[in-house]
Write a protein that binds this ligand. Structure first.
Ligand SMILES: Nc1ncnc2c1ncn2[C@@H]1O[C@H](COP(=O)(O)OP(=O)(O)OP(=O)(O)O)[C@@H](O)[C@H]1O
Ligand SMILES: [Mg+2]
Length: 285
């Protein structure tokens, strides 16, 4: 059943790291049920924005509201409730590799339970059944008893989505969920997020490093450059000029080089190995 309608409001939000302004005075309003793609060059501030929404970091200025409540002010158990309502998916899956898949998924329930039952480490039959159902939905139930670390990247990301669903979230924030995946697995993961968005009416906000994916899956695209929103509209409004605004003059209007948008570790490694002069653009890889 779709969650009750609630808007995510970002009002005048800025985040500084020392002298560097990662996000600069952003105001956006996201109604419940939208599937939003956030695009922009590496360093544009996409992850910082998502992390502030989830309260992994706090804004330097401005406020964030959900369903009328100021989430940027929450502390203690209301903050934990918000972090449960607002599930996060990461590029590197963030599973516990040595634990089996089912237990990883059950960990999504921790914020729903009393401290005592968490300490006892026991999950009820109903919780286990819910976890299996979540895995079945993501077509990965056959791996339930395998250590999560033995699964392929695409499988692990599906487990991470199943874990997120155990939180019964109202919003899913995904930070480059497919940047480490091959095209086939990337499609499976994006199809799953879209299905959740359409069937449950859960708002999805996802950072994406390829324009094609944002165009295919999102009904709204937010383009960021140097910490600011420079485009906010429907995929069909993202024309050559808008693409240049987001990615800069060297983006050749629509034909975006992966090198300026990708944050995939594998991609950076490939570039570094195949093209000497570009290596300096990706120090450390
Ligand atoms: N914890 C931090 N400490 C210091 N600076 C940070 C921190 N997190 C982010 N920054 C800086 O803030 C800016 C925005 O970073 P952010 O990670 O949000 O960009 P991004 O758009 O997600 O980039 P990418 O596509 O590479 O993931 C960058 O200049 C980055 O170096
Ligand atoms: Mg990022």
């Amino acid at each position: 059943m779709p969650a009750a309608s609630a808007t995510l409001e970002i009002r005048g939000v800025t985040r500084r790291f020392g002298k560097n302004t990662a996000v600069s005075d952003i105001s956006i309003s996201i109604p419940q049920g939208q599937m939003v793609g956030v695009i922009g060059r590496s360093g544009a501030g996409k992850s910082t924005l998502l992390r502030m929404i989830n309260r992994l970091i706090d804004p330097s200025q401005g406020s964030i509201f959900f369903d009328g409540a100021e989430v940027s002010k929450l502390q203690g158990s209301p903050l934990r409730r918000w972090q449960r309502d607002c599930a996060m998916i990461f590029q590197q899956f963030n599973l516990v590799p040595r634990l089996d898949v089912l237990t990883n998924v059950l960990l999504g329930k921790l914020n729903h339970r009393s401290t005592l039952s968490n300490l006892l480490g026991m999950f009820s039959r109903a919780e286990c059944a819910e976890a299996v159902a979540a895995l079945e939905r993501l077509d990965i139930a056959s791996a339930a008893l395998q250590p999560a670390g033995t699964l392929s990247g695409g499988q692990q990301q599906r487990v991470a989505i199943a874990r997120a669903m155990m939180q019964q979230p109202r919003v899913i924030l995904a930070d480059e969920p497919i940047a480490s995946l091959d095209p086939l697995n990337a499609k499976v993961v994006m199809d799953s997020l879209q299905d959740i968005n359409l069937r449950e009416g859960i708002t999805v906000v996802t950072n994406l490093h390829t324009l094609d994916t944002a165009r295919t899956y999102c009904n709204r695209i937010i383009g960021m450059a140097a910490g600011k929103v420079v485009f906010d509209g429907a995929p069909e409004e993202l024309d050559r000029e808008a693409v240049r605004l987001v990615y800069g003059a060297d983006s050749n209007g629509g034909e975006i080089s992966e090198a300026i948008t990708s944050t995939s570790v594998a991609f950076k490694r490939k570039i570094a190995a195949s093209a000497g002069p570009l290596e300096s653009a990706f120090p450390g890889y």
